[in-house]
Structures are given as C-alpha cells and as structure tokens.
Design a protein around this ligand. Structure first.
Ligand SMILES: CC(C)(COP(=O)(O)OP(=O)(O)OC[C@H]1O[C@@H](n2cnc3c(N)ncnc32)[C@H](O)[C@@H]1OP(=O)(O)O)[C@@H](O)C(=O)NCCC(=O)NCCS
Length: 160
C-alpha cells in the first residue's frame, strides 16, 4: 500500500545541543571525532524514527566530513532532516555547528549523510512514507540524494 508522504519539516530535529567538557577531548585537545559521530547517528536516528514511525537501524554512513575542530567550552548544535526515502531506506542529512554560547556565534564543523532502514516487528525492512520536499533547498537535497544512493549501492555491491 502506498503511504501518504511527509515533509522534511515533519521529522526534522532543529537543534540537538551538547556542551563540550574536557573529558570529550582527544589528545590534541579538540573534541573527539567519535563523540561527534555518535551525536550525528543519534540525531539522525530520531529523524528516521519520526519519518517512518518504526525502529530503524543505520545501514550506511557514506559521508561524514570534519570541516573544523571544536573546542572545550563550546556547544555542539546538531540539525538533521530527511532528504529522501525509497522503499525502506531514508537518507538523513546532518549539520553540526560549534557555538560560542556566550556570544552566540557559530561555525560549521561537520556535515554528514546517513542511511537508515526501517524495520517491522519481525526485524525485516518495511515501507516508509515518501518525502515531500517543500522548499527549493529541500528539492535540491531530494534530487542529490538519488545520486548518492546510486554511489552507496555501487559500493555495497563492490563490498559483497
Ligand atoms: C541494513 C539492513 C537492515 C539491510 O537489510 P538487507 O537484508 O540487506 O535488506 P535489503 O537488501 O532488502 O535492503 C533494505 C534496504 O536497505 C538499503 N541498504 C542496505 N544496505 C545499504 C547500504 N550499504 N547503503 C545504502 N542502502 C542500503 C537497500 O538499498 C534497501 O533500501 P530500499 O528498501 O529503500 O530499496 C541489514 O544489512 C542490517 O541489519 N545491517 C546491520 C545494521 C546495524 O546493525 N546497524 C548498526 C546499529 S543501528
């Protein structure tokens, strides 16, 4: 049965914040990359759950780029939204900024694309609603997601 579509705004996480403390740092005294990766995964998971209404698993992280370091005392601000959905899978885009919360200025530190698969009660991939882009930016993301999916599936086939 074809499901009713949902807009990216219906499932987006607008602002997931995480205050960086000294125990979050690597040996270069910048924020540990694995912590940011985990934050991206958790935030994107919430988007996938909201969009699909199911439990979801991370199927692939085909791009996670560290653009700039973040430092102790700053606040990580994570935003995530669904770019496109296919049968059971969804691409979620994640944007992370480092904020000086005293002054309010933000730097873009990470961009990522994660693919989640929705599972039914038996743990099998299950249908998800199509994405209905509303804005020009959402339409561009929607189109670009199909190209990234082709690259992901080619990589998957090569790994098999
Ligand atoms: C992801 C998983 C459910 C896919 O199961 P599967 O039996 O391979 O199912 P299918 O081949 O039918 O693929 C299901 C969907 O996943 C997509 N998919 C699977 N692997 C993918 C990959 N590497 N990249 C992108 N999409 C992928 C397929 O394209 C398909 O999408 P569609 O239904 O929208 O067309 C399975 O591989 C799995 O459980 N992996 C482990 C997940 C995990 O443990 N994650 C970390 C903890 S959350």
């Amino acid at each position: 049965m074809t499901q009713k579509g949902k807009t990216p705004a219906e499932s987006a996480v607008e602002q997931n914040v995480y205050k960086i403390f000294p125990n979050d740092l690597n040996s270069k005294h910048t924020v540990f990359g694995g912590l940011v990766m985990g934050l991206c995964d958790r935030t994107a998971l919430i988007v996938a759950e909201r969009h699909s209404g199911h439990n979801c698993v991370t199927a692939a992280v085909d791009s996670l780029t560290f653009l700039a370091p973040a430092h102790s005392g700053e606040t990580l601000v994570v935003k995530a939204s669904v770019n496109r959905a296919w049968r059971s899978s969804m691409e979620i885009g994640v944007h992370v900024a480092a904020e000086n919360s005293f002054q309010g200025d933000r730097r873009h530190v990470v961009s990522a694309y994660l693919t989640f698969v929705a599972l039914d009660d038996d743990g099998s991939p299950t249908d998800v609603p199509p994405v209905l882009p509303e804005t020009e930016t959402e339409r561009l993301r929607f189109d670009a997601a199909d190209e990234r999916r082709a690259a992901r599936l080619a990589m998957r086939a090569a790994q098999k």
